[in-house]
Design a protein around this ligand. Structure first.
Ligand code: NAD
Length: 326
């Protein structure tokens, strides 16, 4: 049994991960540390907050006193808190460096001082940059092209350096694109779904040929937890193995699910530095027992249902996304 501090646990993936810890493990206590930025919502945790095993602490990973006090009460850290939206990082990289790099350093220092038993740093396939062919193994060069990915790459390296220099038992996970309920409508799948639900056109960047690997958020959370339990300190584990789709294929999947045609698509200019393709090998995580199971072509229906049933959850977030884009 262990006590786990989950940073960013009121965000999209973090809230699913907290549910995973409650439902699928014997973890004794889960503390969520979340600043509740525009991307974090206590409501994402829902009924999990009623569990006597769960506590939500509203605060920042940049608050070193708070972090030190919390880390001292836990055996393990699973670190998901981050600024996570690429477009925002193109407008203002400063917050990404502060949260993703400095925030990670604050956590690592506390982990070092308190002799934490496990530090899982959750990262992204975007640190490898675009691959025109082949797949990136964990030792592939890091070639991030946008400030979001660069800040994640920097934090990955910082986390690993605390393993080498201070013996902090760090594991880094790198996941492909997640989908599922509770994702902020600034991201492509919820953006498409909420536009279709509102009778608007969906926006397709450039020629739509960009390839992303789509992983169900529950598969990602299961992978993070396999690494928390069985990963080797100092190692990186890729958590991909979802479904590869071009953005045009993804858009076609969603149009089909809504029973509407391509007249509901508006083509817009490509974003700056829109990486053409990400792809990772997952052999290392598979050797630990990682088995992604959910195909987006089947599972997207449940995600659409959630957005159909919960406009109360996403409409306020949409207002934020529109105000930033405007
Ligand atoms: P998200 O934006 O939905 O959630 C981020 C959470 O971090 C929010 O709850 C926010 O309030 C919190 N946060 C931000 N700054 C904070 C601070 N200073 N202190 C405490 N909490 C803070 O992001 P997500 O999509 O759930 O991603 C979670 C993690 O997974 C991130 O590290 C991201 O880089 C990584 N990741 C995401 C994806 C994806 O497809 N969404 C893929 C690979 C990796």
């Amino acid at each position: 049994m262990s006590r786990v501090l989950v940073t960013g646990g009121a965000g999209f993936i973090g809230s699913h991960y907290v549910r995973h810890l409650l439902d699928a493990t014997d973890v004794e206590k889960v503390t969520v540390l979340d600043a509740l930025t525009y991307a974090g919502h206590a409501e994402n945790l829902g009924a999990a907050l009623l569990s006597p095993r769960v506590r939500l602490v509203v605060g920042s990973i940049l608050d070193s006193d708070l972090v030190a006090a919390l880390v001292g009460q836990h055996d393990q850290i699973v670190h998901l808190a981050a600024e996570s939206h690429v477009d925002n990082s193109l407008r203002d990289a400063g917050q990404f460096v502060t949260t993703n790099v400095v925030g990670t350093q604050v956590l690592l220092d506390a982990a070092r001082q308190h002799g934490i038993g496990r530090f899982v740093h959750v990262s992204t396939d975007e640190v490898y940059g675009p691959l025109l062919d082949g797949v990136a193994a964990e030792d592939a060069p890091l070639r991030p092209t946008v400030p979001y990915a660069a800040s994640k790459a920097a934090s990955d390296l910082l986390a690993l350096s605390y393993h080498y220099t201070h013996g902090v038992p760090v594991c880094v996970t790198r996941s492909s694109n997640n989908f599922g309920p509770h994702q902020h409508p600034e991201k492509i799948i919820p953006s498409h779904i909420t536009r279709l639900l509102r009778g608007e056109k969906v926006l397709l960047h450039g020629d739509g040929g960009h390839v992303r690997n789509w992983l169900h958020v529950d598969d990602h959370c299961a992978g993070i937890d396999i690494v928390r339990r069985n990963g080797l300190a100092g190692q990186v584990y890729n958590l991909g193995g979802g479904t590869d789709l071009t953005n045009t294929e993804l858009t076609g999947l969603l149009l089909g699910a809504f029973g509407v045609g391509w007249d509901r698509v508006a083509s817009i200019p490509d974003r700056r530095c829109n990486d053409r393709r990400y792809a990772m090998s997952i052999d290392k995580a598979t050797a630990l027992g990682y088995r992604p199971r959910r195909d987006i072509r089947i599972e997207i229906a449940a995600t659409i249902d959630w957005y159909r049933q919960r406009p109360d959850r996403w409409a306020p977030m949409l207002a934020h996304a529109l105000s930033v884009t405007a």
